[in-house]
Design a protein around this ligand. Structure first.
Ligand code: IVH
Length: 676
């Protein structure tokens, strides 16, 4: 083992204190001093130094937070002072009773000053420091003895490994809550789900599960935080006189305290703080289940003392629960505007997260299988932060014998078309896209959109109005609209009405690919529509094609072929196509180029100014013919189209002997392929 130079020793110290400082700014002050990437660079530099010279590693080095793979045994730790619990107040009345008892015991007629702290929904922990160094951390356990979780606690970045500052008491015990912020919880659950692992029901369970890990390397990858809410030292005279100030002290020592903390004078200010925090509840980045009021003066706290296992000087005023038990009475299926068929649980109404909930989404059949939900089951319903209530867990022990499995319907509950679930896709869909009332507005919006039939003036607003007034129910109906009909609508002027009717009329003779695209068949985008049009030449041929001939088309795989087949198998979709034909819509047939597009494999270059087409239009048309359009000329270029004032690219083409077309010749060629 080589000896580190004085420079390396100094640099390691420098890096450690810089990393500690940044950690403090980030987790305690909520004010990052440097970007994450810079932090990572410093961290790696320290890691490298420590690997090179293991003598440099110290117990309080930030690199020690990555944890270890050694298995923790969670030995018992007896608490020096019991870790108490809190009494709860569930109403204003109960809070007033608490405040009255406090004043009576203190013999005070004056309003009491309280500290109001959010009640974080996590786990209580106690962390011990000797001579400023973290030596032990424990869970609450039964209040008298908990488990040694030192290795896991050390991985939490908001827990200081060494107390900051000078004049730190020899022994310090900080208590607080370890919790998982919502964003981290979501990310963790996504990660677990992607690995096929079991997910956590809520952030509290996730925090508990993470602290209970045997390998601290696993805990290190869990997004845990700690907020301090109390402190004890060997000699009380070393602490300020109030809860408020002692927490300020703790913050200076490098612990995170809750930024929502405030003081309140008397019970009415406490009630105001309760209301205010409840309003903020859903916007906070972590979950809270109430507010804790603590008598601020520590001498008062001492006078008040404890009853059984709770202090007389503090109370938790609880918020409405965000998780409750209820029964699934039925599961119904809803069809969204894009045809997604979603199972929705009909619940025995239950008050949760501040509202009465009688429906909860089950997302899709995979979710139903994952949760193993059956009709008749008792379930945990959760409504937190987000507004949509969710079924998070089934209580299997309460499952009745009569519980019924949930079956995906074969027919759309709205339009009776087939429901298709393509292998490998989680979402089941109604295949009656052109007809299904649930998908009406979306189908019309897509049909009229710029890249489809480009019906100017038929935007979302008018589509909503026309459908809501029952003037239009399928795309075919728009061709029957008259100026007179439109003028009956509020805010529709003479000019807009005639413009709209004219725009609709102009869309009566679309090129085949645009029409195909406009039908809104799932996963048939512009490129696929173009390939289908040039491959089959007519709509009838596409409609009749079997899967085998469909997958022969460029861009079409078995999934897309499946979507195309099921679209044309739905009688309602075919009826709508007939109705479009009857309304005078005549999509043009296209010359079949059967996959072998005429310019396939060629690279073309456009240069100079074209007069009849924009560059983008010219590029699009050349691409339709299979060419790749590049920005520079090389020996491999098949052809250069030179417009007005073409410059160096034309020169280069001539020098390399590459074929050159002028605009006229390009247009001739496009006309041959009915692209102009
Ligand atoms: S004080 C003697 N303050 O609530 C006082 N507890 O129901 C003991 N909790 O086990 C706790 N936020 O896990 C206190 N600001 C806060 C708190 C808090 C959350 C938890 C803690 C405790 C439980 C008691």
């Amino acid at each position: 083992m080589s000896k580190p130079s004085a420079g390396s020793v100094k640099r390691a110290e420098e890096l450690r204190s810089a990393l500690d400082e940044h950690n403090y700014q980030y987790y305690v002050l909520d004010d990052p001093g440097i970007p994450d990437a810079e932090y990572d660079r410093l961290f790696r530099e320290l890691q490298k130094l420590e690997t090179e010279y293991p003598q440099l590693v110290s117990d309080d080095s930030p690199t020690r937070r990555v944890g270890s793979t050694a298995e923790t045994s969670f030995d018992e730790v007896v608490h020096r002072l019991p870790m108490l619990s809190l009494d709860n107040a569930f109403s204003e009345e109960e809070l007033r009773d608490f405040d009255r008892r406090v004043r009576e015991r203190l013999g005070s007629d004056n309003d009491i000053e309280y500290v109001c702290e959010p009640k974080l929904d996590g786990l209580a922990v106690s962390v011990h420091y000797e001579q400023g160094l973290l030596v032990r951390a424990a869970t609450r356990g039964d209040g008298y003895a908990g488990e040694d979780i030192t290795a896991n606690i050390r991985t939490i970045p908001s827990v200081p490994l060494r107390i900051r500052g000078r004049d730190v008491p020899d022994l310090v015990e900080v208590r607080g809550e370890v919790y998982m912020p919502r964003a981290g919880f979501e990310a963790l659950n996504n990660r677990l789900e992607n690995h096929g692992d079991k997910t956590f029901v809520n952030p509290r369970n996730a925090a508990a599960g993470s602290l209970r890990q045997k390998k601290s390397t696993v805990t290190a990858r869990r997004p845990l935080e700690m907020c301090a809410y109390s402190v004890a030292v060997t000699d009380d005279s070393l602490l300020p006189d109030t809860q408020w100030e002692s927490l300020q002290q703790v913050r200076q020592w490098g612990f995170r305290i809750n930024p929502e903390m405030r003081k309140a004078l008397g019970v009415s200010e406490c009630l105001a703080a309760y209301e205010e925090l409840m309003q903020k509840r859903d916007a906070l980045p972590y979950e809270i289940d109430g507010i804790v009021f603590k008598v601020n003066r520590l001498d008062y706290q001492a006078t008040l003392g404890f009853v059984s296992r709770a202090p007389r000087w503090a109370i938790a005023h609880k918020f409405p629960a965000q998780e409750e038990l209820t029964v699934i009475e039925d599961v119904e299926f809803q069809v969204g505007r894009t045809g997604a068929v979603t199972p929705v649980a009909r619940l025995k109404p239950v008050f949760v997260g501040g509202v009465t909930v009688s429906n909860a989404t089950l997302h899709n059949m995979d979710e139903i299988r994952r949760l193993d939900v059956r009709i008749g089951d008792t379930v945990f319903v959760r409504r937190a932060g987000d507004v949509i209530p969710k079924v998070v867990k089934v209580v299997i022990e309460k499952r009745p014998k009569t519980a019924k499995s949930v079956v995906l319907p074969k027919q759309c509950p709205v339009c009776d078309s087939d429901v298709i679930q393509i292998e490998g896709e989680v979402v089941a869909r109604c295949s009656g896209g052109l007809f299904c009332p649930a998908q009406r507005k979306e189908a019309i919006r897509h049909y009229a959109s710029r890249k489809a039939l480009d019906i100017e003036g038929l935007g979302d607003k008018w589509i909503d109005i026309l459908v809501d007034h029952a003037m239009v129910s399928t795309v075919a109906d728009i061709y029957h609209l008259t100026i007179k009909d439109l003028l009956r609508l509020e805010r529709m002027g003479e000019k807009s009405a005639s413009n709209l009717v004219a725009a609709i009329d102009r869309s009566r003779q679309p090129v085949l690919w645009r029409f195909l695209y406009a039908l809104g068949i799932r996963e048939v985008g512009e490129a696929t529509a173009k390939s289908l049009a040039s491959h089959f030449g007519s709509l009838e041929a596409v409609a009749e094609a079997d899967e085998e001939s469909l997958v022969a088309v460029q861009d079409v795989g078995p999934i897309v072929a499946g979507h195309i087949r099921s679209f044309f198998e739905q009688p309602h979709n075919l009826e709508t196509l007939d109705a479009l034909r009857d309304a005078g819509v005549k999509w043009q047939e296209e010359e079949i180029t059967a996959g072998a597009k005429p310019l396939q494999g060629q690279t073309w270059v456009l240069t100079g100014t074209l007069s009849e087409l924009t560059r983008d239009e010219a590029r699009e048309k050349l691409e339709t013919l299979g060419a790749k359009v590049a920005g520079s000329v090389s020996r491999k270029t098949a052809c250069v189209v030179a417009g007005e004032a073409a410059g160096s690219k034309l020169e280069k083409a001539e020098k390399l002997g590459v074929q050159v077309l002028d605009e006229q010749a390009l247009l001739e060629m496009l006309k041959e392929h009915e692209l102009f």
